[in-house]
Design a protein around this ligand. Structure first.
Ligand SMILES: Cc1cc2nc3c(=O)[nH]c(=O)nc-3n(C[C@H](O)[C@H](O)[C@H](O)COP(=O)(O)O)c2cc1C
Length: 185
């Protein structure tokens, strides 16, 4: 796929086939992610891959419960209350793969760097027919001390991007966006 076509047509994908993404493909995607620019050349990223569907489901349930119990802290999530209360709703949209990106806080630039890496991964995946979605709903659950300990993430790493992924079930049309605000032409 041509790079401009890839950028223009990439969407957040929330419906996946059962096809498993191979380890080789995931490694390739992560390596492509790390080709992005990185402040002071520090490469502050670290990755966790989860492919156990029961674990993914349990993380979704934990996140839903946490958000519903603490909704007053997240006014920007009130509009999603009905989704979170729906027992059939999986915050990861029943994906069979989660790719989680953490940044080393020793680099001032870790949020920017990891976000650029996430963007690269999303575009590269799209070009391979793999859909991705940034899952902000998982922000708390995947950044707790307990979760990081379980998956070997050192304390000085902070969560930047929880990403669900899987082969696309349906192809969406290119995104429509507002006209960009250009403060000074
Ligand atoms: C920081 C961030 C957090 C997001 N969190 C969620 C989320 O929790 N659940 C979800 O389904 N989509 C989430 N999205 C995807 C957005 O809803 C999506 O990008 C937006 O609606 C535009 O659609 P498009 O990506 O298909 O163009 C998130 C996207 C970003 C960048």
């Amino acid at each position: 796929m041509d790079i401009l076509e890839c950028i223009n047509s990439k969407r957040s994908i929330r419906a996946y086939t059962d096809e498993i993404i191979s380890e080789e493909t995931l490694t390739n995607l992560i390596e492509l992610g790390t080709k992005s620019s990185t402040g002071s050349g520090l490469e502050p990223w670290g990755f966790v891959i989860i492919r156990d569907k029961d674990e993914i489901n349990s993380l979704s349930e934990m996140s839903k419960k946490y958000l519903l119990d603490n909704l007053e802290r997240y006014p920007y999530l009130h509009q999603y209350e009905d989704w979170l209360k729906n027992p059939k709703y999986s915050i990861f949209n029943h994906a069979n793969t989660l790719l989680i990106i953490y940044g080393n806080t020793e680099s001032h630039w870790y949020v920017y760097d990891c976000t650029l890496a996430a963007g690269n991964i999303m575009l590269a995946a799209h070009s391979m027919g793999i859909g991705t979605c940034w899952i902000g709903f998982a922000e708390h659950t995947l950044n707790t001390k307990e979760f990081k300990e379980k998956y070997g993430v050192p304390e000085k790493y902070q969560l930047v991007c929880p990403m669900s992924m899987g082969y696309m079930k349906t192809k969406l049309t290119a995104p429509e966006r507002k006209k960009p605000i250009i403060f000074h032409p």
